[in-house]
Design a protein around this ligand. Structure first.
Ligand SMILES: [Fe+2]
Length: 302
């Protein structure tokens, strides 16, 4: 059945204790494990052991991202098709990280390390029998789940080709040069969300941001209040995206990794006809209300 959804983002942070305070108290993730220089966190409505791994390092950025596949034998099928496409695949053994089973790992044409996995320990969300709509003791922004990530790379055409042809992602939106000759960005989905992963032209192997889901615009505004209350570096927002139609606020973790909380957007299926933006309208596409990009949004990458 293939790729289900974005499951894990492993992010490098420079001070694990400071980052843990931020991700648990301000963002409001739950700590589910610690081992060596890594901490494992989940959002409150997620059932798997973790969706965010913080790894202490001397530089920020994305260590790897992992998508969960529906069945264990999907790994064999993808291993074969990815190698047939010409990309080398490694097996990651069970237990390489806490609570995780075997995975396959490979490098995207943009240089990012991606894994596919099926097995991960389930810890549950405590809301499966006659449940309340949300649990007690939520903290901070309290997103129910991880939503998507945006990466930069030089060859957007190649990474889009790989993601759609081999991993069977669907295109929701694309950004092209004014003459239509060059692909500048692609937004891709497997779930019924406007994007599970997106790529935009820029330096290879870089993280632009990863985002958490919130229920509505009021929650986005409340998240922005929490940034000020906790003196967290704001990038932009709250505002609306033209791309995806979602509402958003962008901010930075203590190591400079950009985070987003995102709400709304349309509900695409596999037969969705992609939306196209031309590069000259990129300001409106990214920030529909401001109609222009700020310099930091383009240049601050980790
Ligand atoms: Fe985003």
């Amino acid at each position: 059945m293939g790729v289900m959804r974005l499951g894990v983002v492993e992010t490098r942070v420079m001070d694990l204790e400071e980052s843990l305070r931020y991700y648990t108290q301000v963002v409001g993730l739950q700590l589910t494990g610690r081992e060596g220089n890594r901490a494992y966190l989940k959002a409150w409505d997620e059932e798997d052991h973790h969706s965010v791994v913080l790894v202490e390092s001397d530089r920020p950025g994305l260590e790897h991202m992992a998508f969960k596949v529906r069945f264990q034998d999907d790994l064999d099928k993808f291993e074969k098709s990815i190698e047939q496409y010409g990309i080398k695949v490694n097996r990651v053994s069970k237990g390489a990280r806490m609570a995780e089973g075997q995975a396959i790992e490979f490098k995207l044409p943009t240089g990012h390390i991606m894994q596919l996995y099926n097995e991960i320990e389930k810890v549950g969300n405590g809301l499966k029998l006659n449940p309340d709509p949300w649990p007690d003791n939520l903290k901070g922004m309290a997103p129910p789940n991880l939503d998507h990530l945006l990466l930069t790379g030089d060859d957007i055409q190649s990474v889009t080709d790989f993601m759609t042809r081999v991993l069977d992602f669907h295109i929701s939106e694309q950004v092209v040069s004014v003459d239509g000759e060059q692909l500048i960005g692609t937004f891709l989905f497997r779930t019924n969300s406007p994007h599970d992963i997106a790529f935009i032209k820029g330096p290879d192997s870089k993280l632009h941001h990863f985002a958490f889901h919130l229920d509505n615009w009021n929650e986005v505004l409340r998240a922005a209040d929490l940034l000020t209350k906790n003196d967290i570096a704001l990038d932009i927002g709250p505002t609306r995206h033209g791309l995806t139609r979602g509402t958003t606020v962008y901010f930075f973790d203590p190591s400079g990794n950009r985070n987003e909380v995102f709400s709304g957007g349309y509900v695409p299926c596999a037969d969705f006809t992609p939306i196209t933006w031309t590069e000259d309208q990129l300001g409106k596409a990214i920030f529909y209300l401001e109609r222009q990009l700020n310099e930091r949004f383009v240049t601050a990458l980790t």
